[in-house]
Ligand binder design. Sequence first.
Ligand code: BG6
Length: 516
Amino acid sequence: MTQTLAEPTAAEKTAEERHGRPADRCAMVIFGASGDLTKRKLLPSLYNLGQKKLLPQEFALVGCSIEQMTEEEFRQKVHANLVEFGNASEGGQFCEWLLERLYYVVGDFRDPQTYQRLKPVLEGADQKHGTGGNYFYYLATAPTLFGEVIRQLGATGLADQSGGHWRRVVIEKPFGRDLDSARALNHEIGQVLGEDQVYRIDHYLGKETVQNILVFRFSNGIFEPVWNRRYIDHVQITVAETLGVEQRGGYYDRAGALRDMVPNHIFQLVTLTAMEPPISFHADAVRDEQSKILRAVQPLSPEEVLTRAVRGQYGEGAVEGQSVPAYRAEPNVAPDSTTETLVALKLSIDNWRWADVPFYIRTGKRMPARVTEVAIQFRRAPFVLFRDTPVERLAPNTLVLHIQPDEGISLRFGAKVPGIMVDIGAVNMDFHYSDYFGNEPSTGYERLLYDCMIGDATLFQRADMVEAGWSVVQPVLDVWKALPPRNFPNYRAGTWGPKEADELMAREHRQWRVLH
Ligand code: BG6
Protein backbone atom coordinates (compact mmCIF):
# COMPACT_ATOMS: atom_id res chain seq x y z
CA MET A 1 0.00 0.00 0.00
CA THR A 2 1.28 3.47 -0.83
CA GLN A 3 2.11 5.54 2.24
CA THR A 4 0.56 8.96 2.52
CA LEU A 5 1.57 11.56 5.07
CA ALA A 6 -1.25 11.58 7.64
CA GLU A 7 -3.82 14.35 7.32
CA PRO A 8 -3.05 17.17 9.75
CA THR A 9 -4.90 17.11 13.06
CA ALA A 10 -6.84 20.19 14.15
CA ALA A 11 -3.85 21.45 16.12
CA GLU A 12 -1.51 20.74 13.22
CA LYS A 13 -3.87 22.45 10.82
CA THR A 14 -3.36 25.61 12.75
CA ALA A 15 0.35 25.07 12.34
CA GLU A 16 -0.14 24.44 8.63
CA GLU A 17 -2.11 27.64 8.30
CA ARG A 18 0.62 29.45 10.19
CA HIS A 19 3.40 28.07 8.06
CA GLY A 20 1.72 28.03 4.66
CA ARG A 21 0.48 25.48 2.19
CA PRO A 22 2.34 22.37 1.03
CA ALA A 23 4.74 23.13 -1.79
CA ASP A 24 3.92 22.44 -5.44
CA ARG A 25 4.17 18.87 -6.69
CA CYS A 26 7.65 18.12 -7.92
CA ALA A 27 10.67 15.86 -8.02
CA MET A 28 13.92 16.95 -6.42
CA VAL A 29 17.16 15.72 -7.93
CA ILE A 30 20.31 15.99 -5.86
CA PHE A 31 23.55 15.95 -7.82
CA GLY A 32 26.15 14.94 -5.25
CA ALA A 33 23.69 12.86 -3.25
CA SER A 34 26.32 10.88 -1.36
CA GLY A 35 28.03 13.98 0.03
CA ASP A 36 28.02 15.83 3.32
CA LEU A 37 25.54 18.52 2.42
CA THR A 38 22.91 15.93 1.54
CA LYS A 39 23.15 14.05 4.81
CA ARG A 40 23.70 17.02 7.12
CA LYS A 41 21.39 19.62 5.62
CA LEU A 42 19.19 18.53 2.74
CA LEU A 43 17.72 15.33 4.16
CA PRO A 44 17.11 16.79 7.63
CA SER A 45 15.46 19.79 5.96
CA LEU A 46 13.14 17.54 3.98
CA TYR A 47 12.30 15.77 7.20
CA ASN A 48 11.52 19.07 8.95
CA LEU A 49 9.40 20.21 6.02
CA GLY A 50 7.61 16.88 6.09
CA GLN A 51 6.88 17.30 9.80
CA LYS A 52 5.28 20.64 9.10
CA LYS A 53 3.22 19.21 6.24
CA LEU A 54 4.97 21.48 3.79
CA LEU A 55 6.11 18.80 1.37
CA PRO A 56 3.66 17.95 -1.39
CA GLN A 57 2.12 14.48 -1.42
CA GLU A 58 3.15 14.29 -5.08
CA PHE A 59 6.88 14.25 -4.44
CA ALA A 60 9.90 12.19 -5.44
CA LEU A 61 13.56 12.43 -4.54
CA VAL A 62 16.25 11.28 -6.94
CA GLY A 63 19.83 10.99 -5.76
CA CYS A 64 22.55 11.18 -8.35
CA SER A 65 26.23 10.60 -7.67
CA ILE A 66 29.31 8.83 -8.94
CA GLU A 67 29.36 6.46 -5.98
CA GLN A 68 28.55 2.90 -6.98
CA MET A 69 25.48 1.88 -5.00
CA THR A 70 22.29 0.01 -5.71
CA GLU A 71 19.03 1.83 -5.24
CA GLU A 72 18.39 -0.34 -2.21
CA GLU A 73 21.73 0.62 -0.68
CA PHE A 74 20.94 4.27 -1.31
CA ARG A 75 17.61 3.87 0.45
CA GLN A 76 19.34 2.34 3.46
CA LYS A 77 21.84 5.14 3.52
CA VAL A 78 19.15 7.83 3.35
CA HIS A 79 17.20 6.07 6.06
CA ALA A 80 20.25 5.99 8.32
CA ASN A 81 21.04 9.65 7.57
CA LEU A 82 17.49 10.74 8.36
CA VAL A 83 17.74 9.05 11.73
CA GLU A 84 21.24 10.29 12.53
CA PHE A 85 21.03 13.86 11.29
CA GLY A 86 17.33 14.54 11.01
CA ASN A 87 15.68 13.36 14.24
CA ALA A 88 13.58 10.88 12.25
CA SER A 89 12.61 7.69 14.02
CA GLU A 90 13.77 4.46 12.45
CA GLY A 91 11.04 3.02 10.23
CA GLY A 92 8.85 5.98 11.15
CA GLN A 93 6.08 7.29 8.97
CA PHE A 94 8.17 9.92 7.24
CA CYS A 95 10.98 7.51 6.42
CA GLU A 96 8.52 5.04 4.96
CA TRP A 97 6.90 7.73 2.90
CA LEU A 98 10.15 9.16 1.57
CA LEU A 99 11.80 5.81 0.85
CA GLU A 100 8.84 4.85 -1.32
CA ARG A 101 9.57 7.78 -3.60
CA LEU A 102 13.35 7.63 -3.54
CA TYR A 103 15.50 6.75 -6.56
CA TYR A 104 19.17 6.57 -7.31
CA VAL A 105 21.09 7.19 -10.51
CA VAL A 106 24.76 6.42 -10.52
CA GLY A 107 27.01 8.24 -12.94
CA ASP A 108 29.72 10.70 -13.79
CA PHE A 109 28.30 14.21 -14.16
CA ARG A 110 30.44 14.78 -17.25
CA ASP A 111 28.99 11.75 -19.00
CA PRO A 112 25.87 12.36 -21.15
CA GLN A 113 24.75 8.80 -20.37
CA THR A 114 24.13 9.80 -16.76
CA TYR A 115 21.44 12.22 -17.90
CA GLN A 116 20.02 9.68 -20.31
CA ARG A 117 19.57 7.37 -17.34
CA LEU A 118 18.09 10.15 -15.20
CA LYS A 119 15.41 11.07 -17.69
CA PRO A 120 13.34 7.86 -17.55
CA VAL A 121 13.62 7.82 -13.76
CA LEU A 122 12.03 11.26 -13.62
CA GLU A 123 9.38 10.34 -16.16
CA GLY A 124 8.64 7.24 -14.09
CA ALA A 125 8.25 9.43 -11.00
CA ASP A 126 5.77 11.61 -12.88
CA GLN A 127 3.73 8.50 -13.65
CA LYS A 128 3.96 6.90 -10.25
CA HIS A 129 3.93 9.88 -7.90
CA GLY A 130 2.17 12.55 -9.94
CA THR A 131 5.10 14.97 -9.85
CA GLY A 132 3.78 16.58 -13.03
CA GLY A 133 7.09 17.09 -14.82
CA ASN A 134 8.16 19.74 -12.30
CA TYR A 135 11.79 19.13 -11.39
CA PHE A 136 14.36 20.98 -9.39
CA TYR A 137 17.97 20.06 -9.50
CA TYR A 138 20.13 20.73 -6.48
CA LEU A 139 23.79 21.05 -7.42
CA ALA A 140 25.57 19.85 -4.30
CA THR A 141 28.64 19.18 -6.41
CA ALA A 142 32.13 20.59 -6.78
CA PRO A 143 31.75 24.14 -8.15
CA THR A 144 33.79 23.21 -11.21
CA LEU A 145 30.85 21.04 -12.29
CA PHE A 146 28.07 23.64 -12.06
CA GLY A 147 28.34 24.76 -15.67
CA GLU A 148 28.76 21.22 -16.96
CA VAL A 149 25.71 19.79 -15.19
CA ILE A 150 23.53 22.65 -16.41
CA ARG A 151 24.80 22.25 -19.97
CA GLN A 152 24.01 18.54 -19.88
CA LEU A 153 20.56 19.14 -18.42
CA GLY A 154 19.93 21.49 -21.30
CA ALA A 155 21.21 19.04 -23.89
CA THR A 156 18.95 16.25 -22.58
CA GLY A 157 15.87 18.47 -22.53
CA LEU A 158 15.70 18.17 -18.76
CA ALA A 159 15.74 21.94 -18.33
CA ASP A 160 13.00 22.54 -20.87
CA GLN A 161 9.90 24.23 -19.45
CA SER A 162 7.65 24.00 -22.48
CA GLY A 163 4.66 21.82 -21.65
CA GLY A 164 3.34 23.69 -18.64
CA HIS A 165 5.79 22.34 -16.06
CA TRP A 166 8.73 24.05 -14.40
CA ARG A 167 12.42 23.17 -14.17
CA ARG A 168 14.69 24.95 -11.66
CA VAL A 169 18.30 24.65 -10.64
CA VAL A 170 19.65 25.39 -7.17
CA ILE A 171 23.32 26.32 -7.21
CA GLU A 172 25.41 26.12 -4.07
CA LYS A 173 28.18 28.53 -3.21
CA PRO A 174 30.92 29.36 -4.15
CA PHE A 175 29.58 31.04 -7.25
CA GLY A 176 32.84 31.81 -9.05
CA ARG A 177 36.12 32.74 -7.40
CA ASP A 178 36.34 36.30 -8.69
CA LEU A 179 34.42 38.73 -10.87
CA ASP A 180 35.51 37.23 -14.19
CA SER A 181 34.73 33.64 -13.27
CA ALA A 182 31.34 34.63 -11.80
CA ARG A 183 30.50 36.48 -15.02
CA ALA A 184 31.62 33.54 -17.13
CA LEU A 185 29.50 31.15 -15.06
CA ASN A 186 26.45 33.42 -15.32
CA HIS A 187 26.97 33.54 -19.05
CA GLU A 188 27.27 29.77 -19.31
CA ILE A 189 24.12 29.26 -17.25
CA GLY A 190 22.29 31.86 -19.30
CA GLN A 191 22.86 29.77 -22.44
CA VAL A 192 20.58 27.09 -20.98
CA LEU A 193 18.35 28.62 -18.33
CA GLY A 194 16.26 31.74 -17.92
CA GLU A 195 17.17 33.79 -14.84
CA ASP A 196 13.83 32.78 -13.30
CA GLN A 197 14.99 29.14 -13.34
CA VAL A 198 18.18 29.84 -11.39
CA TYR A 199 18.26 29.70 -7.59
CA ARG A 200 21.73 30.71 -6.35
CA ILE A 201 21.76 29.77 -2.71
CA ASP A 202 23.34 31.60 0.20
CA HIS A 203 22.51 29.71 3.34
CA TYR A 204 22.66 32.90 5.43
CA LEU A 205 19.35 33.87 3.88
CA GLY A 206 17.85 30.70 5.31
CA LYS A 207 18.53 31.91 8.84
CA GLU A 208 15.46 33.26 10.64
CA THR A 209 17.42 36.07 12.21
CA VAL A 210 18.75 37.21 8.85
CA GLN A 211 15.25 37.21 7.38
CA ASN A 212 14.12 39.11 10.45
CA ILE A 213 16.34 42.08 9.61
CA LEU A 214 13.81 43.13 6.98
CA VAL A 215 10.83 42.53 9.22
CA PHE A 216 12.45 44.35 12.10
CA ARG A 217 13.33 47.36 9.98
CA PHE A 218 10.17 47.68 7.98
CA SER A 219 7.41 46.54 10.32
CA ASN A 220 8.39 48.82 13.20
CA GLY A 221 7.74 52.51 12.76
CA ILE A 222 10.20 53.64 15.41
CA PHE A 223 13.47 52.47 13.85
CA GLU A 224 13.29 53.60 10.26
CA PRO A 225 13.33 57.35 11.03
CA VAL A 226 16.68 57.00 12.81
CA TRP A 227 18.16 54.47 10.39
CA ASN A 228 20.41 56.88 8.54
CA ARG A 229 23.49 59.10 8.64
CA ARG A 230 21.87 61.71 10.89
CA TYR A 231 21.65 59.29 13.79
CA ILE A 232 24.00 56.42 13.05
CA ASP A 233 27.73 56.80 13.64
CA HIS A 234 28.78 53.50 12.09
CA VAL A 235 27.80 49.85 11.63
CA GLN A 236 29.91 46.87 12.73
CA ILE A 237 29.29 43.42 11.34
CA THR A 238 31.09 40.49 12.92
CA VAL A 239 31.05 36.89 11.77
CA ALA A 240 33.46 35.16 14.13
CA GLU A 241 33.97 31.41 14.18
CA THR A 242 35.81 29.28 16.71
CA LEU A 243 36.23 26.46 14.22
CA GLY A 244 39.27 26.12 12.02
CA VAL A 245 39.03 24.73 8.51
CA GLU A 246 38.11 21.21 9.64
CA GLN A 247 38.38 18.78 6.73
CA ARG A 248 37.98 21.51 4.11
CA GLY A 249 41.60 22.60 3.86
CA GLY A 250 41.78 21.72 0.17
CA TYR A 251 38.95 24.07 -0.73
CA TYR A 252 39.71 26.74 1.83
CA ASP A 253 43.37 27.13 1.04
CA ARG A 254 42.40 28.12 -2.50
CA ALA A 255 39.57 30.36 -1.35
CA GLY A 256 40.50 32.20 1.86
CA ALA A 257 38.28 34.15 4.23
CA LEU A 258 37.53 36.98 1.83
CA ARG A 259 36.11 34.79 -0.93
CA ASP A 260 34.54 32.32 1.48
CA MET A 261 32.52 34.79 3.54
CA VAL A 262 32.45 38.35 2.28
CA PRO A 263 30.84 38.63 -1.18
CA ASN A 264 28.14 36.23 -0.07
CA HIS A 265 27.16 35.87 3.60
CA ILE A 266 28.49 39.18 4.87
CA PHE A 267 27.11 41.12 1.94
CA GLN A 268 23.68 39.67 2.70
CA LEU A 269 23.93 41.19 6.14
CA VAL A 270 25.20 44.49 4.73
CA THR A 271 22.49 44.80 2.08
CA LEU A 272 19.59 43.86 4.35
CA THR A 273 20.81 46.35 6.93
CA ALA A 274 21.43 49.15 4.46
CA MET A 275 18.78 48.76 1.73
CA GLU A 276 15.90 51.12 1.10
CA PRO A 277 12.37 49.82 1.74
CA PRO A 278 11.39 47.70 -1.27
CA ILE A 279 8.08 48.48 -2.97
CA SER A 280 6.85 44.98 -2.05
CA PHE A 281 8.22 41.67 -0.81
CA HIS A 282 8.29 40.28 -4.33
CA ALA A 283 11.56 38.69 -5.32
CA ASP A 284 12.71 41.35 -7.71
CA ALA A 285 11.55 44.27 -5.59
CA VAL A 286 13.69 43.08 -2.67
CA ARG A 287 16.64 42.06 -4.80
CA ASP A 288 16.62 45.35 -6.71
CA GLU A 289 17.19 47.21 -3.46
CA GLN A 290 19.92 44.82 -2.31
CA SER A 291 21.63 45.15 -5.64
CA LYS A 292 21.54 48.96 -5.43
CA ILE A 293 23.44 48.86 -2.16
CA LEU A 294 26.17 46.68 -3.60
CA ARG A 295 26.49 49.01 -6.54
CA ALA A 296 26.70 51.98 -4.17
CA VAL A 297 29.65 50.56 -2.26
CA GLN A 298 32.61 52.76 -3.07
CA PRO A 299 35.19 50.74 -5.01
CA LEU A 300 38.51 50.65 -3.19
CA SER A 301 41.56 52.06 -4.94
CA PRO A 302 44.80 50.06 -4.52
CA GLU A 303 45.97 52.62 -1.92
CA GLU A 304 42.71 52.27 -0.01
CA VAL A 305 43.06 48.50 0.02
CA LEU A 306 46.27 48.99 1.97
CA THR A 307 44.59 51.08 4.66
CA ARG A 308 41.04 49.76 4.71
CA ALA A 309 41.51 46.01 4.29
CA VAL A 310 43.29 43.82 6.83
CA ARG A 311 44.10 40.15 6.42
CA GLY A 312 45.25 37.64 8.98
CA GLN A 313 46.17 34.00 9.33
CA TYR A 314 46.04 32.11 12.62
CA GLY A 315 49.03 30.49 14.18
CA GLU A 316 48.74 27.87 16.88
CA GLY A 317 46.92 28.80 20.04
CA ALA A 318 44.01 27.78 22.23
CA VAL A 319 40.30 28.02 21.58
CA GLU A 320 37.79 27.36 24.35
CA GLY A 321 40.55 25.90 26.49
CA GLN A 322 41.81 23.46 23.85
CA SER A 323 45.18 23.77 22.12
CA VAL A 324 44.77 23.98 18.38
CA PRO A 325 47.30 23.83 15.55
CA ALA A 326 48.29 26.67 13.26
CA TYR A 327 46.42 27.04 9.98
CA ARG A 328 49.52 25.96 8.09
CA ALA A 329 49.49 22.68 9.99
CA GLU A 330 45.87 21.84 9.10
CA PRO A 331 45.24 18.89 6.74
CA ASN A 332 45.49 19.77 3.03
CA VAL A 333 46.88 23.23 3.70
CA ALA A 334 50.24 24.22 2.21
CA PRO A 335 52.92 24.52 4.94
CA ASP A 336 53.85 27.97 3.60
CA SER A 337 50.28 29.00 2.78
CA THR A 338 49.59 32.72 2.38
CA THR A 339 45.83 32.24 2.49
CA GLU A 340 44.02 34.55 4.88
CA THR A 341 41.75 33.11 7.57
CA LEU A 342 40.60 36.51 8.77
CA VAL A 343 39.50 39.71 7.05
CA ALA A 344 38.57 43.14 8.37
CA LEU A 345 37.31 45.78 5.98
CA LYS A 346 35.95 49.27 6.05
CA LEU A 347 33.27 49.87 3.44
CA SER A 348 31.60 53.12 2.47
CA ILE A 349 28.17 53.17 0.90
CA ASP A 350 27.90 56.15 -1.36
CA ASN A 351 24.25 57.02 -1.21
CA TRP A 352 22.02 59.61 0.42
CA ARG A 353 21.23 57.49 3.48
CA TRP A 354 24.71 56.26 4.30
CA ALA A 355 27.22 58.86 3.13
CA ASP A 356 30.00 59.13 5.76
CA VAL A 357 28.70 56.18 7.80
CA PRO A 358 31.39 53.48 7.69
CA PHE A 359 30.43 49.83 7.65
CA TYR A 360 33.18 47.85 9.36
CA ILE A 361 33.12 44.15 8.76
CA ARG A 362 35.26 41.38 10.19
CA THR A 363 35.22 37.65 9.89
CA GLY A 364 37.68 35.00 10.89
CA LYS A 365 38.31 31.42 11.85
CA ARG A 366 39.65 30.33 15.24
CA MET A 367 38.46 33.38 17.09
CA PRO A 368 37.70 33.28 20.82
CA ALA A 369 33.91 33.05 20.40
CA ARG A 370 31.32 32.06 17.82
CA VAL A 371 29.33 35.23 17.22
CA THR A 372 27.50 36.63 14.23
CA GLU A 373 25.95 40.04 14.74
CA VAL A 374 25.12 43.36 13.17
CA ALA A 375 25.71 46.26 15.56
CA ILE A 376 24.30 49.68 14.75
CA GLN A 377 26.12 52.29 16.74
CA PHE A 378 24.24 55.56 17.10
CA ARG A 379 25.79 58.97 17.50
CA ARG A 380 26.42 60.17 21.03
CA ALA A 381 24.07 62.59 22.71
CA PRO A 382 25.56 66.09 23.30
CA PHE A 383 27.52 66.17 26.50
CA VAL A 384 26.46 69.68 27.63
CA LEU A 385 24.12 68.66 30.42
CA PHE A 386 26.71 66.52 32.14
CA ARG A 387 29.57 69.01 32.20
CA ASP A 388 29.20 69.73 35.90
CA THR A 389 28.84 66.10 36.94
CA PRO A 390 31.42 63.37 37.51
CA VAL A 391 30.31 61.73 34.25
CA GLU A 392 33.32 61.77 31.93
CA ARG A 393 31.76 60.68 28.68
CA LEU A 394 28.48 59.37 27.36
CA ALA A 395 28.38 55.91 25.88
CA PRO A 396 26.68 55.68 22.48
CA ASN A 397 23.47 53.73 22.06
CA THR A 398 23.95 50.46 20.24
CA LEU A 399 21.31 48.31 18.66
CA VAL A 400 22.55 44.78 18.08
CA LEU A 401 20.92 42.22 15.84
CA HIS A 402 22.22 38.93 17.19
CA ILE A 403 22.21 36.52 14.27
CA GLN A 404 23.76 33.52 16.05
CA PRO A 405 24.20 31.70 18.32
CA ASP A 406 22.06 33.63 20.88
CA GLU A 407 19.45 34.83 18.43
CA GLY A 408 17.84 38.08 19.47
CA ILE A 409 17.99 41.85 19.49
CA SER A 410 19.35 44.15 22.16
CA LEU A 411 19.47 47.87 22.69
CA ARG A 412 22.09 49.42 24.90
CA PHE A 413 21.42 52.72 26.60
CA GLY A 414 22.63 54.73 29.56
CA ALA A 415 20.74 54.71 32.86
CA LYS A 416 21.32 56.51 36.12
CA VAL A 417 23.19 54.39 38.62
CA PRO A 418 21.08 54.65 41.80
CA GLY A 419 22.69 56.91 44.37
CA ILE A 420 23.10 60.53 45.29
CA MET A 421 25.62 61.32 42.56
CA VAL A 422 24.83 61.52 38.87
CA ASP A 423 26.50 58.49 37.43
CA ILE A 424 25.58 56.62 34.27
CA GLY A 425 25.72 52.89 33.67
CA ALA A 426 25.26 51.15 30.31
CA VAL A 427 22.32 48.76 30.43
CA ASN A 428 20.78 46.43 27.86
CA MET A 429 17.22 45.82 26.82
CA ASP A 430 17.27 42.28 25.48
CA PHE A 431 14.96 40.18 23.36
CA HIS A 432 15.79 36.49 22.93
CA TYR A 433 14.04 34.54 20.22
CA SER A 434 13.89 31.41 22.33
CA ASP A 435 11.92 33.20 25.10
CA TYR A 436 9.11 34.01 22.71
CA PHE A 437 9.18 31.47 19.94
CA GLY A 438 10.96 28.44 21.42
CA ASN A 439 13.49 26.49 19.43
CA GLU A 440 12.19 24.66 16.39
CA PRO A 441 14.54 22.12 14.83
CA SER A 442 15.95 23.75 11.73
CA THR A 443 18.93 23.41 9.45
CA GLY A 444 18.36 26.78 7.82
CA TYR A 445 17.69 25.12 4.46
CA GLU A 446 13.99 24.39 4.95
CA ARG A 447 12.73 27.76 3.85
CA LEU A 448 15.10 27.81 0.89
CA LEU A 449 14.01 24.39 -0.38
CA TYR A 450 10.37 25.25 0.16
CA ASP A 451 10.72 28.59 -1.65
CA CYS A 452 12.34 26.87 -4.59
CA MET A 453 9.43 24.43 -4.76
CA ILE A 454 6.89 27.26 -4.81
CA GLY A 455 8.93 29.43 -7.17
CA ASP A 456 9.77 32.27 -4.79
CA ALA A 457 13.30 33.49 -5.52
CA THR A 458 13.38 36.36 -2.99
CA LEU A 459 15.98 34.67 -0.82
CA PHE A 460 18.22 33.67 -3.70
CA GLN A 461 20.94 35.60 -5.47
CA ARG A 462 20.26 37.14 -8.83
CA ALA A 463 23.05 37.19 -11.41
CA ASP A 464 23.62 40.94 -11.09
CA MET A 465 23.86 40.73 -7.28
CA VAL A 466 26.53 38.08 -7.41
CA GLU A 467 28.53 40.11 -9.88
CA ALA A 468 28.07 43.32 -7.90
CA GLY A 469 29.35 41.51 -4.79
CA TRP A 470 32.45 40.29 -6.59
CA SER A 471 33.05 43.77 -8.01
CA VAL A 472 33.36 45.12 -4.48
CA VAL A 473 35.95 42.60 -3.36
CA GLN A 474 37.86 42.35 -6.64
CA PRO A 475 40.26 45.27 -5.91
CA VAL A 476 41.16 43.63 -2.61
CA LEU A 477 41.80 40.28 -4.29
CA ASP A 478 44.00 42.02 -6.86
CA VAL A 479 46.13 43.94 -4.38
CA TRP A 480 46.51 40.97 -2.05
CA LYS A 481 47.56 38.77 -4.94
CA ALA A 482 50.15 41.30 -6.07
CA LEU A 483 51.50 41.77 -2.55
CA PRO A 484 51.67 38.44 -0.75
CA PRO A 485 51.62 38.79 3.03
CA ARG A 486 55.01 38.63 4.71
CA ASN A 487 53.95 38.35 8.34
CA PHE A 488 51.71 35.26 8.34
CA PRO A 489 50.75 33.79 10.72
CA ASN A 490 49.92 37.08 12.40
CA TYR A 491 47.38 36.18 15.06
CA ARG A 492 47.21 33.43 17.61
CA ALA A 493 44.29 31.05 17.38
CA GLY A 494 41.80 32.07 20.06
CA THR A 495 42.38 35.82 19.72
CA TRP A 496 40.47 38.55 17.89
CA GLY A 497 43.00 38.88 15.09
CA PRO A 498 46.12 40.88 14.28
CA LYS A 499 46.80 44.32 15.70
CA GLU A 500 46.18 45.84 12.26
CA ALA A 501 42.49 45.01 12.68
CA ASP A 502 42.36 47.11 15.85
CA GLU A 503 44.40 49.86 14.21
CA LEU A 504 41.87 50.06 11.39
CA MET A 505 39.32 51.20 13.97
CA ALA A 506 41.67 53.13 16.26
CA ARG A 507 42.76 55.42 13.41
CA GLU A 508 39.16 56.60 13.29
CA HIS A 509 38.80 56.79 17.09
CA ARG A 510 36.58 53.76 17.17
CA GLN A 511 36.95 50.23 18.43
CA TRP A 512 35.59 46.80 17.73
CA ARG A 513 32.91 45.67 20.10
CA VAL A 514 34.13 43.45 22.88
CA LEU A 515 32.38 40.12 22.36
CA HIS A 516 32.26 36.92 24.38
C1 BG6 B 1 30.22 28.53 4.74
C2 BG6 B 1 31.70 28.72 4.69
O1 BG6 B 1 29.62 29.03 3.59
O2 BG6 B 1 29.71 29.19 5.89
C3 BG6 B 1 32.35 28.18 5.95
O3 BG6 B 1 32.23 28.07 3.55
C4 BG6 B 1 31.72 28.81 7.17
O4 BG6 B 1 33.74 28.39 5.94
C5 BG6 B 1 30.21 28.70 7.11
O5 BG6 B 1 32.21 28.13 8.31
C6 BG6 B 1 29.57 29.50 8.23
O6 BG6 B 1 28.20 29.21 8.28
P1 BG6 B 1 27.40 29.28 9.65
O7 BG6 B 1 25.99 29.00 9.25
O8 BG6 B 1 28.00 28.26 10.56
O9 BG6 B 1 27.61 30.68 10.17
